[in-house]
Design a protein around this ligand. Structure first.
Ligand SMILES: O=C(O)[C@H]1O[C@H](OP(=O)(O)OP(=O)(O)OC[C@H]2O[C@@H](n3ccc(=O)[nH]c3=O)[C@H](O)[C@@H]2O)[C@H](O)[C@@H](O)[C@@H]1O
Length: 439
C-alpha cells in the first residue's frame, strides 16, 4: 500500500506490540532524580504519570488488541509489473466468459471457486490480505496453487478503497465473488473488532467501490447459516426469521445481508447472498472442528466435543466444498447485471439469498467416528457441555430455492467428503501409511 494511504486506511485489527518506551523513560528520570529528599515525591509523581500514559495507550489500543490473529502484513500494489499480472490473470478463454474479482481468493472457498472459474475459461483475479487468523503458510500454499493455474492474487485489504478503485478501474469486472471475511463463530468473543473490520466495514468499502464502478459488477457474496441463530424449526428456509443471532459473527453476516440490500436498492447493484452451511474439504480452514480434530487425533491429543445443555449432541449440515463451489458458480451464471453505472441507479436490480447446505445433518460425534475410520486412529474424546460462546445446537438447510433457481444439488455425503479431506491432509502434512493400515 502506498505510504500516503496509511493514514487514511482504517485500522486493521492486529497483534498489539506493547510500547514500553515510557516505562524506560520513567526509569531514567528516576535515576536522575535520585536525591533522597525528592525521591518519594518524584516517584509518586512519575508513577501517576506512567499510569495515566498506560491508561491512555490502553484506551487507544484496546479496540485493535487480541490474543491471536487477523494481523495483515502491509501490502504493496501498483506499477507496470503488477498491472501486467492483473491483465494476464483476467484473460478469458471462452465466448461470453465472465471476468471475476474473487475476494478472499487465498482462503478455503475462494481458492476452490477461483480454480473452477479459471478452468472453464473465465478471467479471475484474486484479492487477499493474507492475515494470520490461521496459519498464513496455508494461504501462501493456496496462492502458489492458484499461480500455477494462471491466477494472480493481489495482496491487499478490502478496506483499502484506493486499491479497490484501482482494480475496478483497471479491469471491467462482470462479477465480484466476495468471500473475504472474518470467519469462525467462537473467535468473535476473542476478537470482536476483526468481525466489524472485515464483515461490516470491509463489505461497505467493497460495495462503495462497486457502486462507483463503470460497469458495475454483479455481486455474489458469502453469508452464513449462522444467521438462523436461535431458530428451532428445521430445516432452515430462506424466508425464516434471522433476527436472533447467537454470535457476533452471525450478527455481522446478518448485517451484511441488510447492507447489501440497501446498496441494491439505492444503487442498482445486483446482489446474491449465499448462506453456507459448515463447508469442509481439502485445503480447508484449520480453525474448523473437522480440521482441528484431524490434527489432534494424529498427534495423539484429546479432542473436545461439545454437547448441548441437557446432553443432546450438536449437529451440523456439513457441506462438501465441491458442492458449494457448484452453487457459487451457478449463482454467478444466473446473476443479472447490475443496473446502475458510475454510482447512479438506472432501474431495479436483482436481490437474492440462497441456502447452500447438504440437507443431511450429522452429529459431531458422528463426524469424529468417520474421521477415526479414515485415519485408522482412535480419538481420545473429551465430551463437555457447550460453553456459551455463540454456538448453535444444530443447522439443517432446506435447499429447494437453490435447487429450483440455481440447479444446486449436493452430491457428496460426509463419509465421502471427509475421505477426500483426509487424503489431502495426510499428503499436505507429509504423513505416510506404513503398509499395515497405520499412519
Ligand atoms: O456454516 C456456517 O455458518 C459456519 O460454519 C462454521 O461454523 P461451525 O458450524 O461452528 O463449524 P465448526 O467450528 O467446524 O464447528 C462444528 C461443530 O463442532 C463443534 N465443535 C467445535 C470445536 C470443538 O473443539 N469441539 C466441537 O465439538 C461445534 O460446537 C460445532 O457444533 C464456520 O466456522 C463458519 O465460518 C461458518 O460461517
Amino acid at each position: 500500500m502506498p505510504s500516503s494511504l496509511q493514514d487514511s486506511f482504517p485500522s486493521t485489527p492486529g497483534k498489539v506490540k506493547i510500547d514500553r518506551s515510557h516505562y524506560n523513560l520513567s526509569r531514567q528520570i528516576n535515576r536522575w532524580l535520585s536525591s533522597s529528599a525528592t525521591l518519594v515525591f518524584w516517584s509518586l509523581f512519575l508513577l501517576a504519570l506512567t499510569a495515566s500514559f498506560a491508561c491512555l495507550k490502553t484506551s487507544f489500543t484496546v479496540p485493535q488488541s487480541h490474543a491471536r490473529g487477523a494481523t495483515t502484513a502491509a501490502a504493496s500494489w501498483g506499477g507496470p509489473a503488477w498491472e501486467k499480472q492483473l491483465r494476464r490473470s483476467c484473460e478469458t478463454r471462452r465466448a461470453n466468459a465472465q471476468v471475476v474479482l474473487v475476494t478472499g481468493a487465498a482462503g478455503f472457498i475462494g481458492t476452490h471457486v477461483s480454480l473452477a472459474l479459471k478452468k472453464r475459461g473465465d478471467g479471475v483475479l484474486g484479492l487477499d490480505n493474507f492475515n494470520d487468523y490461521y496459519d498464513p503458510s496455508l494461504k501462501r500454499a493456496r496462492q502458489s496453487l492458484l499461480a500455477r493455474h494462471g491466477i494472480f492474487v493481489a495482496e491487499g485489504d478490502i478496506n483499502d478503497g484506493a486499491l479497490l478503485s484501482k482494480l475496478l478501474d483497471f479491469v471491467p469486472f462482470t462479477h465480484v465473488m466476495h468471500l473475504a471475511a472474518q470467519a469462525g463463530v467462537r473467535y468473535a468473543m476473542e476478537n470482536p473488532n476483526s468481525y466489524v473490520h472485515s464483515n461490516v466495514a470491509g463489505l461497505v468499502s467493497l460495495l462503495e467501490a462497486c457502486r462507483k464502478a463503470n460497469p458495475q459488477p454483479a455481486i455474489v457474496w458469502a453469508s452464513s447459516s449462522s444467521v438462523y441463530g436461535l431458530n428451532s424449526e428445521a430445516p432452515f428456509c430462506e424466508a425464516d426469521r434471522t433476527d436472533r443471532p447467537a454470535s457476533l459473527y452471525a450478527a455481522t453476516k446478518k448485517a451484511g445481508e441488510a447492507i447489501t440490500h440497501a446498496y441494491n436498492h439505492i444503487y442498482g447493484l445486483s446482489v446474491t447472498g449465499l448462506r453456507f452451511f459448515t463447508v469442509y474439504g481439502p485445503w480447508g480452514r484449520p480453525d474448523m472442528a473437522y480440521f482441528a480434530f484431524t490434527r489432534n487425533i494424529l498427534q495423539g491429543k484429546a479432542i473436545t466435543i461439545y454437547r448441548a445443555r441437557g446432553g443432546a449432541e450438536l449437529a451440523r449440515d456439513f457441506t462438501y466444498v465441491d458442492d458449494v463451489v457448484r452453487g457459487c458458480v451457478a449463482a454467478l451464471d444466473t446473476a443479472q447485471p447490475s443496473t446502475g453505472s458510475g454510482g447512479r441507479k438506472r432501474g431495479s436490480a436483482q436481490y437474492r439469498i440462497y441456502n447452500l447446505g447438504n440437507t443431511t445433518p450429522l452429529s459431531v460425534p458422528q463426524l469424529v467416528s468417520i474421521l477415526e475410520r479414515h485415519l485408522r486412529v482412535k480419538a481420545t474424546r473429551n465430551v463437555v457441555e457447550m460453553p456459551g460462546n455463540g454456538d448453535v445446537p444444530f443447522t439443517h438447510a432446506n435447499v429447494t430455492m437453490a435447487r429450483l433457481e440455481l440447479g444446486y444439488k449436493p452430491t457428496t455425503d460426509l463419509q465421502a467428503g471427509l475421505k477426500k479431506f483426509v487424503k489431502w491432509y495426510l499428503n499436505y502434512y507429509g504423513y505416510e501409511h506404513n503398509g499395515k493400515g497405520k499412519i
